[in-house]
Design a protein around this ligand. Structure first.
Ligand code: DGL
Length: 272
């Protein structure tokens, strides 16, 4: 038995963990941010896969029976390979879930115009995962994507509210909006982006609904644990959270509170 593992390249997954903790307060969580190697969004398929596999293996070795990839880039580029090729070796009977499927299952019910924009990293956009997955659940919905390669570096370095940071964000949002005037939903397809949600909402027409993934992923996980009592039974429930980072812990603790709304004390680990 062990905690539920939650992984991201850096801080973004904390926005998901915050919602998961609201919906599943009894569970224990072990968060791992690979801050030393973030951002993942502009890295090759092979590297994202290698880094994500190392992180999942580490979380399994620390007792997790279930790991959530709270990172769209890892979910897009590594989840399927890990599920199909690696689970057998690194933890048969253990489970790894991502954030793209829960989001794409819900997109069809969020839009009236059947035109949805996705803001995400280059890696997520080029994988085409959102287009392919939405097509399974809601084939009538058109997906328009915009890669935002500067956003994660801006957010991780706390420069997203500067004039230059906002100019980058505005340019990408405007480029997305130009793809279809009837777009009525924009999904934040990167777990870092809820940090700039208010700013995005302030620069788009009021009827556009900006959707972040936290509550969607949390509901989906609660539902998954209800449907899989054998997995839920292997997850410990002492309402604790532990945080690991591959970077400097002081910096992680200072920045993390901004994403998760509470003070934390992380531990340093090495991956790879
Ligand atoms: N939070 C990750 C995601 O959801 C960010 C990826 C990155 O490190 O660029 O895609």
């Amino acid at each position: 038995m062990g905690p539920i593992g939650v992984f991201d390249s850096g801080y973004g997954g904390l926005t998901i963990l915050q919602d998961i903790k609201k919906q599943l307060p009894a569970y224990d969580f072990l968060y791992l941010g690979d801050n030393a190697r973030a951002p993942y969004g502009t890295r090759s398929f092979d590297l994202v896969y290698e880094f994500t596999l190392e992180a999942v293996t580490e979380l399994f070795n620390r007792g997790c029976e279930l790991v959530i990839l709270a990172c769209n880039t890892s979910s897009a580029k590594a989840l399927r390979s890990i599920q199909q090729n690696d689970l057998e070796k690194i933890g048969s009977n253990k489970r790894v879930l991502g954030v793209i499927r829960p989001s794409t299952e819900r997109i069809g019910e969020l839009t009236k115009s059947n035109s949805v924009g996705i803001l995400a990293t280059e890696g997520t956009v080029s994988s085409n995962s959102y287009v392919l997955e939405v097509n399974k659940y809601s084939p009538q919905t058109k997906i328009h994507q915009q890669a935002c390669p500067m956003w994660v570096p801006l957010i991780e370095s706390n420069k997203h509210n500067s004039a230059a940071g906002r100019a980058f964000i505005r340019e990408d949002v405007e480029t997305l909006l130009k793809q279809d005037p009837v777009m009525d939903v924009i999904v934040l397809g990167c777990t870092h982006y809820p940090i700039v949600k208010n700013y995005i909402q302030s620069i788009v027409p009021a009827h556009i609904n900006i959707v972040s993934q936290g509550s969607i992923v949390a509901e989906s996980l609660r539902d998954y644990l209800n449907r899989h009592p054998e997995i839920a039974a292997k997850c410990t429930k002492n309402a604790s959270s532990t945080y690991l980072t591959t970077e400097n812990t002081e910096e992680f603790d200072t920045n993390a509170s901004y994403y998760i709304g509470e003070q934390i004390a992380s531990k340093h680990i090495k991956l790879g």
